[in-house]
Design a protein around this ligand. Structure first.
Ligand code: G3H
Ligand code: 13P
Ligand code: ZN
Length: 337
């Protein structure tokens, strides 16, 4: 029953030349698509749930869907993670819901407040056997919205918003987090770069030096493949100038640097939307949801398989399970309660 925290995965990913994909789930088809892809590729995976997903789907339903996935693939290493949690109260709810990992995102607060909030979340989560991710620095996209900044202004001043290596050292030491989400030039959503699409590899290298052993996390890591944008636009959508992180740069971040977790949501939305638009455009009379949600689920499977190869995580399930067993098969206290 390898539902686990991310620790056994990150222990191996840290210097094993691979990264673990963290995919956002919002409904049954998305969850099935991700799990089918990971089972086919024998890859560990992190299913992550945002506050918005909890509200949209109702946690009871999401939990039942995820429990079904765990039961269907008992040999697949799966972690259930809260994406961008903003309060200790939400962290507590997720722990009670059986999550194995949580993110507390205080990156938009002044530094000392971020430390305080993160430390509270760590104390609460660790007491329950749940691991914690926190964030320093500021990404573009939804985060610039939080502080009311325009995308152009963000890109112009991006150096100022990247994670500070010395501050990271202090943050990791004072909070006791298990993984650190870093701002290294990525942003959320489908419009990541106006100019050159480039990650700040020098910054990752510096953070690895100031925080040795800490698993690094890349948010905003969809690649927004042009062929999917073309399909969306061809079949009536309107997404001009969408651009993501080049896949070779993500491959480099996980294979040559200590990036252990790579967050992907936008590419799943794109795959699903492109396929549904195509079905409707080709057959405007179609009204059976299975006839468009089924192909959309297949498109998610194909997209996730592509990602697992990019992350080098295909074929790693047995190693992760062996390591999890070596650690004593730990499970959070509240799982199944
Ligand atoms: O980083 C954000 C994820 O893409 C989740 O988005 O809050 O709309 O569910 P959401
Ligand atoms: P994308 O928008 O690039 O898919 O990023 C998702 C993410 O970071 C979720 O936390
Ligand atoms: Zn994110």
């Amino acid at each position: 029953m390898p539902l686990m925290t991310t620790k056994p995965m990150f222990d191996l990913a840290y210097d094993g030349g691979f990264g673990v994909g963290a995919f956002n789930v919002n409904n049954m088809e998305i969850t099935q698509g991700i799990i089918e892809a990971c089972a086919a590729e024998k890859s560990p995976c992190i299913l992550q749930i945002s506050k918005g997903a909890r509200k949209y789907a109702n946690m009871r339903y999401l939990k039942a869907i995820i429990d079904a996935s765990v039961a269907q693939y008992p040999d697949l290493p799966i972690a259930i993670h809260l994406d961008h949690g903003d309060t200790v109260e939400l962290v507590n709810q997720c722990i009670g819901d059986g999550f194995t990992s949580v993110m507390i995102d205080g990156s938009h607060h002044p530094y000392e407040e971020n430390v305080k909030l993160t430390k509270q979340a760590v104390d609460t989560a660790h007491a329950a056997g749940v691991v914690v991710e926190a964030e320093l620095g500021m990404l573009g996209g939804i985060e610039e919205d939080v502080v009311g900044m325009d995308a152009h202004e963000y890109e112009k001043n991006v150096q100022k918003f990247l994670t500070d290596p010395e501050q990271s050292r202090d943050f990791v030491k004072r909070t006791g987090i298990d993984s650190l989400a870093v701002a290294i030039g990525t942003s959320h959503g489908a419009y990541k770069f106006k100019h050159e699409a480039k990650l700040a590899f020098d910054r990752i290298e510096q953070i690895m030096k100031t925080c040795p052993g800490t698993a690094l996390v890349m948010h905003g890591s969809s690649s927004v493949p042009q062929e999917f944008i073309d399909l969306v636009n061809q079949y009536g959508g309107k997404m001009p100038n969408a651009r993501g992180v080049p896949e070779d740069q993500i491959h480099m971040a996980v294979s040559k640097y200590g990036v252990c977790k790579v967050n992907i949501d936008t590419d799943l939305r794109l795959a699903m939307t492109a396929k549904i638009r195509e079905v409707f455009a080709k057959d405007p009379a179609e009204f059976d949801p299975r006839k468009y949600l089924g192909p959309a689920r297949d498109a998610i499977i194909a997209m996730v398989r592509r990602k697992l190869h990019m992350l080098n995580s295909a074929g790693k399930t047995e190693k992760v399970i062996a390591h999890w067993k070596k650690l004593g098969s730990p499970l959070p206290k509240f799982y199944g309660k």
